[in-house]
Design a protein around this ligand. Structure first.
Ligand code: BJW
Length: 235
């Protein structure tokens, strides 16, 4: 297979790609937000109830450290390593399961759970321990100003400028395990399609997005089969 005959693939993943690793999705029964006030947890309401928000992320961080990537993460990583054309992986997830599966490049538009950010000096640091009111920024020395390095509603997602430029020549756009309800990610398929990409959705149920093809089922199975078929294509 040679690169020129292989179209650029852009993959957008959401919480559903990590569901088979035991990480709950956000919405719906059993979701992370079930029975909780989203406005308290995923907006800059952090200022009002810091302890509650820190606890929510502390629990998720410790839980993540016990989880492992699943077949879908491994299949995507294999595609990135073995496909002769370009594969750009964009994730809304804050877990590190794509990296642990061996993905060489991952664009985390909603941040990363294993990083913290200082609200005073903006330094981003590795974070595997719980954050609390006495946590001290190693860079500026200030206590109590570290927050999870994640993007809440009303905040601007990361890497959008880079991705806009990098993904314009995509010919295949695959949305895997995302409900398509949160912007700007929910618009990516519309943009890709308007620029000529074939848009494929992998999910347990179809979203309202503009996809050319819907592949139903758990990502661990459907994405593995898709990657196998892409890598078997003759040059
Ligand atoms: C499986 C499966 C299996 C299960 N196999 N599939 C009105 C209109 C339009 C926009 C807005 C509006 N009002 C406000 C906005 C903007 C707002 C927004 O979108 N709000 C909506 C609620 C309407 N967006 C923002 O504020 C964003 N910022 C912004 O717009 O800035 C302005 C700006 C933009 C661009 C340039 C300049 C300025 C920020 C959004 C931040 C989102 N943050 C969160 C939390 C991150 C930290 C954390 O993890 O706690 O990100 S919210 C949450 O939702 C998280 C997720 O990444 C995101 C998306 O969720 P996802 O991944 O889709 O999960 P689910 O649970 O919804 O879906 C899972 C899917 O998997 C389901 O479909 C299942 O069926 C499926 N599934 N198991 C395959 N095994």
């Amino acid at each position: 297979m040679n690169a020129s005959s292989h179209p650029h693939i852009v993959i957008l993943t959401g919480a559903g790609v990590s569901a088979e690793s035991g990480i709950p999705t956000f919405r719906g029964a059993g979701g992370l937000w079930e029975g909780r006030d989203v406005m308290e947890l995923a907006t800059p309401a952090f200022q009002r109830n810091r302890d509650l928000v820190q606890r929510f992320y502390n629990e998720r961080r410790q839980d993540l450290l016990k989880k492992e990537p699943n077949a879908a993460h491994h299949a995507i990583a294999r595609l990135q390593r073995e496909y002769p054309g370009r594969v750009t992986l964009v994730t809304q997830n804050i877990d590190d399961l794509h990296e642990r599966a061996g993905s060489p490049e991952v664009w985390h538009i909603h941040g990363e759970l294993l990083l913290s950010r200082c609200e005073r000096c903006y330094e981003v640091q590795h974070c595997r321990e719980d954050l609390h009111s006495a946590s001290r920024c190693e860079h500026c020395g200030q206590s109590g100003r570290l927050r999870p390095h994640v993007v809440w509603f009303g905040e601007v997602p990361y890497h959008l400028g880079d991705l806009d430029i990098k993904t314009r020549d995509a010919r295949i756009f695959a949305a895997i395990g995302t409900g398509g309800l949160v912007y700007p990610a929910a618009n990516f398929a519309h943009i890709a399609r308007s620029l000529g990409a074939r848009c494929i959705e992998f999910n347990l149920e179809p979203s309202d997005g503009v996809f050319d093809e819907f592949i139903e089922g758990p990502a661990g199975q459907t994405v593995t089969a898709w990657v196998d078929s892409l890598l078997k294509q003759p040059s």
